[in-house]
Design a protein around this ligand. Sequence first.
Ligand code: ADP
Ligand code: MG
Length: 317
Amino acid sequence: MGEFELIRRYFTRPTPRAVLGVGDDCALLAPRPGMQTAISTDMLVAGRHFFEDTDPARLGHKALAVNLSDLAACGATPVAFTLALALPTVDEAWLDAFARGMLALADAHGCELIGGDTTQGPLNICITVFGEVPAGQALLRSGAQAGDDIYVSGHLGDARLALDVLLGKVSLPAEHLPPAQQRLEQPTPRVALGIALREVATAAADISDGLAGDLGHILERSGLGATLDAPALRGRLACSHALPDDVALRCVLSGGDDYELVFTAPPERRAAVEQASLRSATSVARIGLMERALGLRLRAADGSVAPAHFASFDHFG
Ligand code: ADP
Ligand code: MG
C-alpha cells in the first residue's frame, strides 16, 4: 500500500466542522466569532515515550489524549487535530488498531482529523490539536494568587507505578497492575473539567511530567510558592495501600504521565469548584495552598513542614 492509499484508508474521514479536511495542501478552519484558537503539539517517540510493542489501539488513544489534555489545561474545547506519523513499515493490522483507538477518542470529543504528514522512519507520532475558548477565558499558568487553594483532579501516580513495575523497579501484587497499566496507556484527558473551570480557576496546568514539576510551572509563572498536604497527596494514588509512604509520595509527586489537571482557585470559590467537579463528573481534591514564600513544601501528618525534593521528568535533565 502506498502513502496516499494509506492516508485515504486510515486517516481520511468526514469533517463537517472544518471548512476543508484531508486532501489539499492545507486544511481550513473557520474560527467562531468571539473565540480564540488554542493550539498545542505533543510528540510521542517509540522507546522514549512508549514501549515499541504497546497495544496500537491504546497508543492511538494516548497520542491524542496527551494533546487533548493540553487543551483541557487551558479550558479549551477541542475542534480539530493534525497527525504527523513516521512508520517503519506499513503494518495494516497495526494501522487499523492505531486509527481505531485514536479516532474513537477524537469522536468522543468531536475533534476532527483535518490533515497531517506520513513518512517512513522510526515510529514517531506527532499530533497538533486546535481548540477554541471564549476570548480572554483561557486558563493560564500565570494567574494564581497567594492564598489560593490548590486542587488536582482524579488520581495521581498510578501511571508511574505501572511503569516502575513494568521496568522491574517496584513490585506490586499482580491484581493491582492492570488498572495502573490502563492509566499509563489510556489516560483520560480532563476536557470537561477544564471547560467547567473557566472563570473559576485562577491558574491551571496538566500533569504530564509529575505534579511537583507541573505545579512548579504555576509557581514560577505566578511568582509564588506552595505548601502541599502529604496525607492528602498519598490519598491521590489509587493503589496506595500496597506501597510504603516514600514510594507512594514519589509516584504522586514526580510520577508523570498522569494527564490530570492541577489548578488553583481562591477559597471563596470552593462551592464553584465543587459545581465544576459535579458538572464534569470529575473528582477533584484540595491538596494545598499557594503562598508568597517561594519554593514547594510538604506538610506531614504531624503538622511539620519541610522542603519537597522531588524532581520532575526532564528529557535533557
Ligand atoms: P503535502 O505534500 O502538500 O505536504 P501530503 O501529500 O503530505 O501533502 O498529504 C496529502 C494530504 O493528506 C494532505 O491534506 C495532508 O494533510 C494529509 N495527510 C497526510 N498524512 C496524514 C495523516 N497521517 N493523517 C491525516 N492526514 C494526513
Ligand atoms: Mg503541499
